[in-house]
Structures are given as structure tokens and as C-alpha cells.
Design a protein around this ligand. Sequence first.
Ligand code: SAM
Length: 295
Amino acid sequence: MYKPVLGIPQNTIEILQKYNFSFQKKFGQNFLIDTHVLEKIIRAADIHEDDMVLEVGPGIGTMTQYLAKAAGKVVAVEIDKNLIPILSETLGGYGNVRIINEDVLKLDIPRLVEEENGGKPVKVVANLPYYITTPIIMGLFEEHVPIESITVMVQKEVADRMQTGPGNKDYGALSLAVQYYASPYIVANVPPNCFIPRPKVGSAVIRLTCHEHPPVDVADERLLFDIIRASFNQRRKTLANGLKNSDRLDFPKEIIMEAIERLGKGASVRGESLTLEEFAKLSNYLANSCGAIRK
Ligand code: SAM
């Protein structure tokens, strides 16, 4: 069993040197070297021995060691083949860890969860590669992967965007999508010196507790998200113009204006002032008005 705790900087540096590892910027490699932060993530993820954890980007296995001790099973997906021999050493003694050397964005995750956990909900825990935070999280939601919670380190600004509501400059399509699928909660802010190498941006740990049922009823989920995207694509335009100019939607102007009026809003309203409930109502009015029309 590999004994050194990897969150301790000297131990991380020692194993990196042993394997002559060079960091790859294109993979967003910033490894955690702070045991307090690691413990905070593990506590927030609330892992039990009957849980399966899906970890994205284990790096050298720093967090994976903690996860393996707490969970029944850990499946960790790592793209960088140079990390695989290191992971074999650092996680060698854990019988409950499976490493998959793949691009997480190309993996059939619903199938993986079916095979590894009989389709039961899993907990996702990760210090995410920041360059693909949104596609990873949106992919998990949109593919309807059975998930109980997602506890992840992300860029601070992205964590703020996920948690905020109307009237805030950070409010947008990501806030609405996250809040449709989950309740976000920022666990901690994490400064750059907790990583090697240090990222140029601040970080935050966010926990997304997935809803069993969405908080709003929508007739057509895809239409809802097409409407949300269209409303924020042209932030400075009115909601009506955003919907009219969308390349995914094809509703006549009068139908759009009627739907906005039924919402109790004026013609000059902007998408950024609408709550999730209002977007849901708008999408249901439009879905019922003349059927969902898409280009
Ligand atoms: N979990 C480690 C830690 O906390 O020290 C490493 C986190 S580092 C921020 C992100 C990790 O994700 C790196 O190991 C990187 O190689 C991996 N990664 C980047 N893109 C990936 C992808 N598309 N699929 C799977 N892993 C990826």
C-alpha cells in the first residue's frame, strides 16, 4: 500500500520527480496540495461506504486516496496517459478504485453508471479541469446521468455564476441550467497557493445537490433551454428580439409578444430579469401556442 499522503506538498513533488512528470497546460493540470481543502471537499461530498463516486481527472490520485477510504467504489477518469503509471503506484493498494484512461467528454457515462453501480445514483467529486467545466457539468445533467450530488472545485467566477439569480451581472444560461437540475451551495473559496502549479484565477468548491424532480414543470425541456440560450445570446437586446433572432427557434413575433404579455411583462423586458419559473411559464405558453417550432 502506498503510504504518503499526497496533499502534502513534499510528497506530491517527490512522486512527480520520481516519474519525471511535466504538467500539461492544455489539460488544466493544477494539483491540490492542501490537506485542509481536501478534507473540506470530502466532508461536503458526504460520502458513505455504500456510495459509488465518479471522479473526473484524478491527477496523481491525491483526492482519490481520500475518496477510496470513504466510498464503496471509486471510478476515476483521467485523460493524460502519463499519469496512469503514477496512479497505479499511488492507488495500487486500494481494491475499490478503477481508473479509466479516457476523455470524460467522450465517455458514455450513463452506461458506465449502469455497469458499475446498477444504474443507482452516484456522487461526482472532482477538482475539475477548468477549461471544460461547463461541458462536463452540462453533459452530466443533459444526459440524465443518475447523480445524487456533484461536489467540485471550479473557477470562483463560474461558481458565482452557478449560484446567482436575476438582477446579478453573473446571471445567465449556466445559472438557470444548474438551478433547474440542482441546488447549488458554495462550500469554500480556495486561493491559488493551494495548487501546484498555481492557477491564475481564484477557485471555489461548489456542491450541487441534484433535484429528484425539477422545481418547475415544463412541457418541453429542450425548448426551455433553447429559449434560455436565445435570451442570453444577445444580452443587451430585449427578450422578444433575442427569441426572434434565435437560429434554433421560429416563433412568429406576435406569438412571442403575446407570450411575454401573458407573463405580465412589458415589451422591453430583458431575459436577464426573468426567474426560472418565468422562463418555464414562457416556454409552456410558447409550446402550447402553436406547437414548439424549431428551425
Ligand atoms: N484531482 C487532481 C488534484 O486535485 O490534484 C487533479 C486535478 S487537475 C485540476 C484536472 C485533472 O483533469 C488533470 O489530471 C487532467 O489531466 C485531467 N483532465 C483534463 N481534461 C480531461 C478530460 N477531458 N477527461 C478526463 N480528465 C481530464
